[in-house]
Design a protein around this ligand. Structure first.
Ligand code: NIG
Ligand code: FE
Length: 412
């Protein structure tokens, strides 16, 4: 199948250098082409250029962009999109003054979702997750990382990961599955946290690996959840089976998770609401991607991470949605970018790279997606005609996405 997109007002997010990530000051510059066209074949971008060089239309399925902008699809590198039901009761608790930790301590939070998931069939979980998947596709996401972590027992973690595999096989998204058995200590292991960690390392990780159900392992390394030493054990156990590391770090406190992630060569350390000069210094010494989740900071009323300091230090910052029922019930990556501009003073260009190529890097996918580059998967979306590139981030609630193309096929 050959696709030609014509009458593109501007193609943005081009990376002819085919970089694996974009760091520091480079995050604020971007190649673009006005009055452009783009072709794809067998799901891959084959060429693009300015209108005078457009190939003849015959032999192509033609999409008329009608003067809209063409963006690379978002690469959302941190989600918990598979979950049962919702937690708006806790939203009310928060409105009435309880903190995320207080809700967790009284059996709400992640344990609440674990109980719901336990009582939900695999088919029903899949059905609920696919509604959210369709929602994020329509909002411009083309690649997504999905974590387990609401199972917290061998059977239920495998159930979640099988649902994630089914999403990977049936949706048009690129999907990276992550095992997050260490999301919380389950009820049955109360006050026996080290035993739960042993169970994760000795039983869960080998079982997950034997069915090839995950590409990465993640740990919630934070105050009240898992310690640095427990996290290290789990990462080492995962590495034996080829699982890359990701860490939920420094959301609730200066947990040491960032430094550990860099030391262990993690793909990413995520959240980082509590971080300063020491964390930035550690990140500068490695390749681990700092992934910021402003949707969670917004929803929980937390401080936003110091994105400007990170970019000034030359880091490749990524942005992700954290789509989950407890701290970020939204997978809207465009909103995440707008929030990053409004609350972390990232420019719209910086947010685009953070939400595309650097997100792809945080999933180990930047060879295949995250920019408009010949040879990459043809994942992109087309907007209404816009007065400027910046307008897309500025007019943050106006519906502007007209068409979505994934793997070279028009899905919206
Ligand atoms: O990334 N911080 C830990 N995990 C999720 C929240 C999960 C939940 O509350 O259900 C997060 O914010
Ligand atoms: Fe998360």
């Amino acid at each position: 199948m050959r696709l030609l997109v014509k009458n593109i007002g501007t193609i943005v997010g081009i990376d002819t250098a085919n970089r694996l990530k974009i760091s520091g000051a480079d995050m604020d510059s971007m190649e673009r082409i006005d009055n452009g066209w783009l072709t794809a074949e067998d799901g891959v971008i084959t060429a693009f250029g300015a209108s005078e060089t457009m190939p003849a239309e015959e032999d192509f399925e033609v999409v008329d962009a009608k003067g809209g902008m063409l963006f690379p699809s978002y690469c959302d590198s941190h989600t918990h999109i598979v979950y049962a039901g919702s937690r708006e009761q806790e939203f009310l608790d928060k409105i009435h003054g309880l903190s995320y930790e207080q809700i967790a301590q009284r059996g709400g939070g992640i344990l609440n979702s674990a109980e719901r998931l336990h009582n939900t069939s695999e088919d029903e979980l899949y059905r609920q997750a696919m509604e959210r998947i369709d929602e994020v596709i329509a909002m411009g996401t083309g690649a997504i990382e999905i974590k387990s972590g609401y199972g917290l027992s061998l059977e239920d973690e495998l159930k979640m990961l099988r649902v994630i595999r089914r999403i990977k096989e049936s949706s048009r998204l690129l999907v990276v599955p992550t095992f997050l058995g260490a999301h919380a200590v389950p009820k049955g292991y109360k006050n026996r946290q080290d035993e739960y960690v042993e169970h994760i390392c000795n039983d869960m990780i080998p079982a997950v690996a034997s069915e090839c159900l995950a590409q990465a392992v993640d740990v919630f390394c934070d105050r009240g959840f898992f310690t640095v030493e427990q996290t290290r054990k789990i990462i080492i156990a995962g590495a034996k089976y080829g699982l890359k590391a990701k860490i939920h770090a420094n959301e609730l406190d200066f947990s040491g998770g960032v430094q550990l992630g860099v030391e262990m060569g993690a793909l990413s350390v995520d959240h980082l609401e509590s971080s300063g000069a020491e964390e930035i210094l550690a990140l500068k010494s490695g390749d681990t991607i700092p992934t910021l989740l402003p949707g969670a900071a917004l929803f929980l009323g937390m401080n936003y991470p110091p994105a400007r300091d990170m970019i000034s230090a030359g880091l490749a910052v990524a942005l992700a949605s954290d789509y989950n029922p407890g701290s970020s019930p939204s997978g809207n990556m465009r909103m995440v970018c707008s929030l990053a501009s409004m609350r972390m003073r990232m420019t719209p260009t910086e947010t685009l790279w953070a939400a595309t190529l650097n997100g792809a890097a945080a999933m180990g996918l930047s060879r295949s997606c995250g920019s408009i580059t010949v040879g990459k998967v043809a994942n992109f979306f087309i907007t209404k005609p816009l007065p400027s590139f910046e307008f897309f981030t500025y007019a943050y609630s106006t519906p502007l996405i007209e068409r979505v193309i994934l793997a070279g096929e028009v899905v919206k």
